[in-house]
Design a protein around this ligand. Structure first.
Ligand code: FE2
Length: 464
């Protein structure tokens, strides 16, 4: 067990570093030090920040070593300098940032080789290799952040990947929504060894019955909202959402543009392409997701509903680690790890479906929920309160499930992400829900493609 834990740590650290290297070697040094958007750091900041956190938590906190370069610590403290100011800092240039990362990693692997992970008391940094797992997750999360920067970056494309395959043949016959019966379930975890503090502890939540979309809302569905004047009708928006879209004159998801003939196109990692109706919609804010749901006569799921749909197995009464069971994610189960640079078509990954029948709950797009980011009952900040605790409150909304950009090490059924409701540059989409007590619905196969929600709205089907 100990040997396999060592091996797993090495594999996860190595996988994260390979992705970091690919994302930062893809551009030249002038691109690395440039700020591509005030929303993001220059890529070279991420590069050295990853190394600095690895040094801080593994070499210093676990290994008891002194700081290698104490003068650079403040530069890479995310709380000291907002992203917009980071280009003005005396950051390590690209060659030194890379060398720092290599130096830290070499010492970390040496430390790991000499650190026994068996017989370690529970609850500490070394229990189940937690600190190593936390650092691997941290780098993987920055790999997602850096991919967001790549998407914001102007200029010729530097990243490419094959597209995901077509959806399975049964995708068109899937029901529009699936029912999750009411009752208690176990939310969160007290046993997943690398789960972060905000996922803990496991606790029972009684969730009334609800129905949830079988797949994330697609671009085709979202286009109907746009075409129906959804962005111009305050009925669908909260006051804050309406103020936001009005002030910023939004009329579609981020990166969408109208081409000749009124067709929607979008920019994907530097390439323009037609909007794909079958793909889950991406780059929408919480306000947009919430407005769409209201337009569709539905609502966003709560965080507890999302997790129950993803994890609850009614046959055993237990909560799984993932929709498909307790086994780790694999390529046939979910679209994770930047293997593709886009979500897979709605209805993909039947082997990764949850017991309730919902698909793509893990991977593809982060899914906005209606819930504020709050601590679970019994929460304890660990190992530092700046990971989660300082963010708890109503200003952040929870996203679940991970996107195509998320590594398998930083994604599980209990994983919680959070962001401001205005955020659109993240790889965010959503699915909708409704109370189970609200009437019957039609089957998706009886409706025209792209009108899957019209049974709760006046019937309109202009595309058939
Ligand atoms: Fe970080």
């Amino acid at each position: 067990m100990t040997r396999s834990l060592h091996d797993r740590i090495v594999a996860e650290l190595t996988a994260a570093r390979e992705r970091t290297t690919l994302l930062t070697d893809a551009v030249d040094d002038s691109d690395l030090v440039r700020q591509h958007s005030p929303l993001m750091s220059p890529l070279v900041w991420d590069l050295a920040h990853i190394a600095n956190q690895e040094e801080l938590w593994l070499l210093r906190a676990v290994g008891g070593r002194d700081a290698m370069y104490p003068q650079i610590d403040p530069l890479y403290d995310a709380f000291e300098h907002p992203r917009s100011q980071r280009p003005t800092l005396p950051l390590l240039p690209p060659d030194q940032a890379r060398a720092y990362g290599r130096e830290v990693r070499g010492r970390v692997l040496d430390l790991l080789e000499r650190t026994p992970l068996s017989g370690v008391s529970s609850g500490g940094l070394l229990a189940d290799g937690f600190a190593f797992g936390m650092v691997a997750q941290h780098e993987a999360q920055h790999d997602e952040t850096m991919l967001i920067t790549h998407q914001l970056r102007k200029g010729s494309p530097v990243l490419s990947a094959a597209p995901p395959g077509p959806p399975p043949a049964d995708a068109i016959r899937l029901p529009a929504e699936v029912l999750v019966p009411g009752g208690p379930f176990t939310m969160g975890t007290s046993s997943d060894p690398w789960a972060l503090d905000n996922e803990r502890p496991a606790h029972t939540v009684d969730v009334p019955g609800f129905s949830i979309d079988t797949t994330p809302v697609t671009c085709g569905q979202y286009q109907e909202f746009v075409a129906d004047g959804g962005y111009r009708d305050p009925r669908w928006w909260t006051q804050a959402g309406w103020d936001y879209v009005s002030r910023n004159r939004l009329e579609a998801p981020l990166y969408w543009e109208r081409a000749g003939g009124g067709q929607w196109v979008r920019r994907v990692f530097g390439r323009q392409e037609p909007v794909s109706p079958a793909e889950p919609v991406l780059h929408v804010s919480w306000y947009e997701a919430d407005a769409y749901a209201r337009w569709a006569g539905r609502r966003l799921p709560t965080e507890a509903e999302w997790e129950k749909a993803a994890r609850f197995d009614p046959r055993t009464g237990l909560s799984r680690r993932f929709p498909w069971g307790d086994a780790d994610a694999a390529p046939g189960l979910a679209n994770l790890g930047q293997r593709y640079l886009r979500p897979a078509p709605a209805g993909s990954y039947p082997d990764g479906a949850a017991p309730c029948g919902a698909r793509q709950l893990i991977g593809d797009v982060w899914e906005w929920t209606s819930s504020d980011f709050l601590p679970y009952p019994g929460f304890t900040a660990w190992p530092y309160k700046e990971y989660s605790e300082v963010f708890f409150g109503p200003e952040y909304k929870v996203l679940r499930g991970g996107s195509f950009a998320v590594s398998t090490v930083a994604c599980r059924g209990t994983f919680r992400n959070w962001d401001y409701p205005i955020r659109r540059q993240i790889f965010s989409g959503f699915r909708t829900a409704r109370d189970a007590s609200l009437g019957l619905v039609a089957d998706r196969s009886s409706l025209c493609a792209g009108t899957w929600h019209t049974w709760v709205r006046p019937p309109r089907c202009g595309r058939c």
